[in-house]
Design a protein around this ligand. Structure first.
Ligand SMILES: [Zn+2]
Length: 171
């Protein structure tokens, strides 16, 4: 995890937020579907899969949904595998959003790196064979929640990524 003071210093260097895209098939998730939407089975994110099914999406690029700072990048073990977390400005002086990208095959960014919207941060994987390859994607309205539980009911901080992104598309 990136120390809070370091994060705040790096956020100053971020370009102003110009909206949010989807993390696969950028910018519009073209060629992908959400196999387990937010809230289904108390899922705290979305499970993005390629329309080709099975493992056809293994190694496909995963993109930062908005300008941001990498606050976590590494193997989290167990059911997570490689995870990247990115902190974003919602709008100038309107708080922070964090996005999480789980089960990645490759990590293409490092802690503290500044990313621009649409920049590749990793590729779709299977957390070491635990799953059929897919991207587990979460969106939180605050920073510092870490990898979290992945599932849970009424968890403060976790938002429905579909609703949020639909409401914050680039102008
Ligand atoms: Zn998931």
């Amino acid at each position: 995890m990136l120390p809070a003071a370091t994060l705040l210093a790096l956020l100053v260097d971020l370009p102003d937020c110009d909206g949010y895209d989807f993390p696969v098939g950028a910018p519009d998730a073209l060629g992908y579907y959400d196999a387990q939407p937010f809230g289904v089975n108390d899922h705290l994110g979305q499970d993005w899969n390629g329309l080709g099914g099975g493992a056809t999406d293994r190694g496909d690029p995963v993109f930062a949904v908005a300008h941001g700072v990498v606050t976590l990048a590494g193997d989290q073990g167990g059911g997570w595998g490689n995870v990247v977390i990115v902190a974003h400005h919602l709008e100038v002086d309107q708080g922070l959003v964090e996005t999480l990208y789980g089960h990645l095959e490759t990590l293409d960014v490092e802690l503290g790196q500044i990313l621009t919207r649409g920049q590749q941060l990793g590729t779709i994987g299977d957390a070491g064979g635990v799953y059929v390859p897919h991207l587990h994607f979460e969106l939180r309205d605050r920073a510092g929640l870490g990898v979290g539980p992945g599932y849970g009911a009424d968890k403060p901080g976790w938002l429905d990524p579909q609703v949020f992104i639909d409401a914050h598309r680039p102008g």
